[in-house]
Design a protein around this ligand. Structure first.
Ligand SMILES: [Mn+2]
Length: 309
């Protein structure tokens, strides 16, 4: 479907927070991205598979399988694929320094860019203040977030019927809620400080589902975003320049892409995931949340922060 002319090549691609195994995962968008975008290096910066959710409720449609197959195929065909587990797929942290079908599993990585800059690559949950200091807020946040995602889903089903493009509620909220901004800033500063202590030039992380490239007092902070809400990736050009790709925007405005056409067709192959019943608020999960990893925790900034104020 996609013309060869739409292919994009980069030196490195960084994606995270895909959350395969959850209804929120935009697997079809990511498949489209993986088909169009090629790179020498592909870093999977954590929360690729949501083991936390899968343990409670098995959800594994074909498209989620296709994503894994696509990633493995890239590794087989010579792409340097590095998987750095996050808090939702921390089960894989036990396999650090092993290889799975040419995919290297690492706790964290140091990436040397084409311009010689060095980047620490890590998921980022280790430095999430909410995990460490306010567990109950995280539970509240998860409930609020799950509800917001369900609303967002139905809202977009309606938009799709009207032929309107996908619109992210929580992305909108994040940018509107002042406190969320300060939380994000705290996270960014903490991550930059880690990079500074390690003596590298920058940091690449994910976890908070907020794509960003920002200079923090001489340290280049890069967050690759997520594939649950915003469908963003971080890419390194062949000259070492970093850029964020917002896939919903790029594909909507790409005149050559058949994607937009497909997306507005009711039975098109690339669509917002099919209508599914929104999950009930996971009240009964509250106890289980006390384990070291939380559901959806990386995506709660706006709600957690509003609860704080
Ligand atoms: Mn995370």
């Amino acid at each position: 479907m996609n013309a060869v002319s739409t292919q994009r090549r980069y030196r490195s691609v960084f994606i995270s927070d895909v959350h395969l195994g959850t209804r929120g995962c935009k697997a079809d968008f990511l498949l489209d991205f993986l088909r169009v975008v090629e790179s020498d290096n592909l870093y999977l910066v954590g929360d690729i598979v949501d083991g936390w959710r899968l343990r409670k409720h098995w959800y594994w449609p074909q498209s989620h399988n296709d994503v894994l197959q696509k990633l493995l195929r890239k590794a087989r065909k010579g792409v340097n694929v590095v998987f750095i587990p996050g808090n939702h797929d921390e089960f894989a942290r036990s396999y650090t320094d092993h290889e799975f079908g040419a995919v290297k599993v690492m706790f964290e990585a140091t990436h040397v860019a084409a311009d010689g800059r060095t980047y620490l690559v890590m998921h980022g949950d280790q430095f999430d203040g909410v995990i460490q200091y306010a567990k109950w807020l995280a539970h509240l946040g998860d409930w609020a977030y799950t509800t917001a995602l369900a609303l967002n889903h139905w809202f977009n089903v309606a938009r799709k019927r009207l032929g309107l493009p996908y619109w992210s509620l929580s992305k909108y909220l994040k940018h509107k809620v002042k406190n969320a901004v300060s939380f994000i800033a705290d996270f960014e500063n903490a991550m930059a400080e880690v990079a500074r202590q390690r003596g590298v030039d920058g940091i690449v992380c994910g976890h908070i589902h907020h794509a960003e490239i920002r200079d923090v007092d001489g340290i280049l902070y890069c967050n690759d975003g997520d594939w649950v809400e915003s469908c963003t990736a971080l890419v390194e050009h062949f000259d070492g320049r970093m850029e964020i790709l917002d896939w919903t925007i790029l594909r909507t405005f790409d005149p050559l892409g058949a994607y937009e056409h497909a997306r507005t067709q009711p039975s098109g192959p690339v669509t917002v995931p099919e209508a599914t019943r929104p999950e009930p608020a996971p009240v009964e999960n509250t106890q289980a949340c006390a384990s070291s990893s939380f559901p959806m925790l990386g995506r709660l900034r706006s709600m957690v922060s509003s609860a704080r104020s």
